[in-house]
Design a protein around this ligand. Structure first.
Ligand code: ACO
Length: 181
């Protein structure tokens, strides 16, 4: 998505075009920054067929654990990813309930014009690097069919026990290890 104002001065991306907004970072809720977050949030919700928008500037600046990652190119934002910690109750195959507080992938969107070009993988792997984590350790809030395919293709992650809370935690969260494609 292309913006009319100078995106670089608002998002201040690094040399790879990635900007990371964390609660303790120096970003202030300027009109332009809120506009970027809100527009990408709307596009993501539409792409996922959601009625409620997951990512808004109000929610982001009102929370103290969410992180936002943007992939930019010139004056365009190509993708966005949001993470945060959530306390979850996980039920395994035999009904045993465990309380976990994993890092969660809460929202993930790559613009339609550049999907399937590797930008999603770039954003996801930057997040994994920044968090010093691994794909099998990340819970996912309501993964879409495209995201399930993404996780299977890039990380060989496919097996999980469906949960009432709609979060997906792969079985390898508990067994460890992952394969890269
Ligand atoms: N149909 C099926 N699988 C797809 C599609 C698609 N249209 N697009 C991407 N994928 C999966 C496939 O596994 C694909 O590999 P393939 O092309 O060999 O089949 C792989 O992703 C491609 O990897 P990337 O190019 O790195 O992925 P991309 O840049 O497209 O980003 C993402 C993946 C974020 C899922 C993107 O397609 C997207 O924004 N989709 C629409 C919104 C969405 O579904 N977001 C996730 C919601 S769940 C959540 O946010 C927690």
């Amino acid at each position: 998505m292309e913006f009319k104002f100078d995106l670089n001065s608002v998002l201040r991306p690094d040399s790879r075009g990635i900007a990371i907004l964390a609660p303790n970072s120096q970003y202030r809720p300027s009109r332009e920054l809120c506009f970027i977050i809100d527009e990408l949030g709307k596009l993501s919700a539409t792409a996922q067929g959601l009625r409620a928008i997951i990512t808004t500037s109000t929610k982001f600046f009102g929370s103290n654990d969410n992180k936002l990652y943007f992939k930019t190119e010139g004056n365009r934002v190509l993708g966005m990813l949001k993470t945060g910690y959530r306390k979850l109750f996980y039920t395994n195959e035999i009904g045993k309930i465990t309380e976990l507080t994993p890092l969660c992938l809460l929202d993930f969107y790559v613009h339609e014009s550049v999907q399937r070009s590797g930008y999603g993988k770039e954003l996801y792997e930057r997040m994994i690097y920044e968090e010093n984590s691994q794909p099998n350790k990340i819970a996912i809030d309501r993964p879409s069919p495209k995201l399930l395919s993404f996780m299977r293709k890039h990380y060989g992650l496919s097996e999980f026990v469906p949960q009432n809370n709609n979060f997906t935690i792969y079985k390898r969260y508990f067994n460890g290890g992952f394969q890269e494609s």
